[in-house]
Design a protein around this ligand. Structure first.
Ligand code: SF4
Ligand SMILES: [Zn+2]
Ligand SMILES: [Zn+2]
Length: 305
């Protein structure tokens, strides 16, 4: 491994085993941005007049995405960009990350909207977790519901998330392990759009970008790190899959890229097979939001909390 940038000879900040090259900070930054822009162009993630809502958590991935998009959107005068953060109500954890999100939006001069569980459901996640075990299960369902509804109410035409290559691969393997083949069509940088106008289409510009490279990019762009761990994080299947994939990548560099490219080859076939039978196009009898059944998961959970 070389300690010097292969382009300019300056000290390297990263060595990419999968391509056998080392990069200095400046050349890494340029190349990182151009690869993400390539994904945006190739997958046609945005239109010139899109109103894009970035789901901002205050973590590294969504913060880095907001910085990159804010610069990109300078060249698109008809497009609009703003951020939406969800305050689940987790004392000592979410308040810290929201403070980071607010500072970042001030720095970028972007609007930040905050939607809270307390205002929406009458309870914080802390209240809900008093007598419940599964933090992420509740939190994830409620958060997705709020994100879709609130971003739509704010007029968003796209909801951009900071999902990275590692997240995507974990989802692919989890779906395999659970036998959820029809759910695979919700993956990709621009997942298949649900046929319901209450659904705000998702886009994932970092979908082809490894997590550790986003972390480095974030340090180079002076993004404040949120170090506290959520007290309700579950020791889930996702963690086991993450550890397995990281171990494979260490032993056999390029494993993650190869696995993602292999999935990209079968995704169109899966879309053809499963999109007609995708059931998630109905509306909930209780709240009117999108669901695959009569009553959405959020309304089912609300009954229990
Ligand atoms: S770790 Fe789980 S409970 Fe905590 S904020 Fe994330 S999804 Fe919610
Ligand atoms: Zn260099
Ligand atoms: Zn509902």
């Amino acid at each position: 491994m070389s300690n010097e940038c292969w382009k300019c000879g300056e000290p390297a900040v990263i060595h990419r085993k999968y391509e056998g090259k080392s990069w200095c900070s400046e050349h890494f930054k340029q190349q990182f941005e151009s690869l993400v822009k390539k994904t945006i162009r190739k997958e046609q993630l945005f239109e010139n007049d899109d109103k894009v809502c970035v789901a901002l958590s205050g973590g590294m991935d969504s913060s880095a995405l907001l910085i990159l998009l804010s610069e990109l959107f300078d060249d698109w005068p008809n497009a609009d960009l703003f951020a939406l953060a969800i305050d689940e109500g987790i004392e000592g954890y979410r308040d810290e990350s929201l403070a980071i999100a607010e500072k970042l939006c001030d720095r970028l001069d972007l609007n930040l909207h905050i939607a809270s569980f307390k205002e929406t459901f009458g309870k914080t996640l802390d209240d809900i977790m008093n007598d419940k075990e599964y933090g992420c299960t509740y939190c994830g369902v409620l958060r997705r519901w709020v994100l879709n509804k609130k971003s739509r109410e704010l007029g968003a035409t796209k909801l951009a998330t900071g999902h990275n290559m590692d997240d995507e691969l974990q989802s692919i393997f989890m779906n395999y392990l659970r036998g959820n083949m029809n759910r695979m069509i919700r993956l990709g940088a621009k997942p298949a759009v649900l046929q319901n106008n209450k659904f705000v289409p998702r886009v994932k510009p970092f979908r082809n970008t490894p997590e550790r490279e986003i972390a480095l990019y974030g340090r180079i762009r002076d993004i404040e790190l949120h170090q506290t761990e959520c007290p309700y994080v579950e020791n889930s299947l996702r963690f086991d899959v993450r550890d397995f994939l990281n171990e494979m990548e260490t032993k056999r560099p390029s494993t993650k890229y190869t696995a993602l490219r292999a999935f990209d080859k079968i995704l169109p076939i899966l879309e053809e097979k499963f999109s007609a039978e995708d059931p998630c196009v109905g509306e909930c009898n209780v709240c009117g939001e999108i669901t695959s059944g009569e009553v959405c998961k959020t309304c089912e959970l609300r009954e229990r909390i």
